[in-house]
Design a protein around this ligand. Structure first.
Ligand code: CO
Length: 293
């Protein structure tokens, strides 16, 4: 368990968890030859600021590493700016292997261990240890992956709200949602948020926590103003249309029609440096790669 020696050093470094130089000194570990950042992808150009922020933190945490990207949404691969298509994880992993990379760190920008994350786990496992290929691959966990991470993310979310938000205002974090069993992380987060701030709520665009379910609690709380913000890595299509769109079905329109004043905080979680740091630290803490003899 060579990673164990490294872990305390890793935890001590606050903003940047795995500086390669520090890692080398500590236990002969580096981020590997390369870091592959994996995101869902987005067709909304201004939403990519989240991805730029992530890349900057990864560069600082793993100086000198070859940093690459993959998007899991195949339908979005050709919407990237500049006309150069993005690579799917399969394509990116194959290319890394062909380019001679042996030891790879994969940074997942997923929020819950749902269907997208579990697909990525399978893809990564399939590429590990192939002849002439990647010998070791470590994969970071999603942002919410256990009790501790759910509690810590709740704290960060509340600490990084706009300072204009008053205690009597509600805050509504809206995630993507899923029918996968990992959808339980949304009510788990809602629990930890609510235990710190009784006016903090979690909803989802798809799945269980829809507006119909949330409205009675918002009304019972005597709330007048709601700060509405995505609980998504990027403020992309869902934020633009489902949350803040002009359509009467959007969350903003429905909340306004229900008598609330809505303040839009239209930013992705990737625009929050403290949350990006948690994703990056997750890679640092990821289980040591299996050794292929
Ligand atoms: Co979607």
């Amino acid at each position: 368990m060579r990673f164990k020696t490294f872990l305390p050093v890793c935890l001590l470094a606050l903003a940047f968890c795995c500086p390669a130089a520090l890692a080398k000194e500590a236990a002969g570990i580096t981020a590997g030859d390369a870091v592959l950042i994996v995101a869902f992808g987005t067709s909304v150009e201004k939403a990519r600021i989240s991805y730029q922020n992530v890349e900057e933190q990864v560069k600082a945490a793993f100086p000198g590493s070859d940093i690459r990207w993959a998007w899991t949404a195949h339908s979005l691969l050709h919407t990237a700016p500049g006309g150069t298509p993005m690579l799917s994880p399969q394509e990116a992993l194959a290319k890394l292997a062909t380019d001679g990379v042996k030891d790879l760190s994969v940074l997942s920008l997923h929020i819950i261990p749902g269907a997208e994350y579990s697909a990525l786990e399978k893809i990564v496992a399939a590429f590990e240890g192939l002849p002439k290929g990647l010998e070791t691959i470590r994969l970071s966990p999603p942002l919410l992956n256990d009790t501790e991470s759910s509690r810590a993310v709740a704290e960060v979310l509340l600490k990084t709200l706009p300072k204009e938000r008053k205690a009597e205002d509600a805050v509504l974090f809206v995630g993507h949602g899923t029918h996968h069993p990992a959808g339980v992380f949304y009510p788990a987060l809602a629990y930890y948020l609510g235990s710190l701030d009784p006016k903090a709520f979690v909803g989802t665009v798809e799945g269980d926590l829809d507006l119909e379910r949330l409205l009675p609690a918002l009304k019972a709380g005597n709330v007048k103003k709601i700060w509405l913000t995505p609980l998504m890595t990027v403020a992309g299509d869902h934020a633009m249309n489902d949350l803040f769109g002009n359509d009467p079905d959007s969350w903003k329109a429905q909340l306004t029609a229900a008598g609330f004043t809505v303040a839009a905080v239209n930013r992705g979680l990737g625009e929050n440096p403290a949350l990006v740091a948690r994703w990056v630290q997750g890679l640092c803490k990821a289980a040591p790669p299996a050794k292929h003899e």
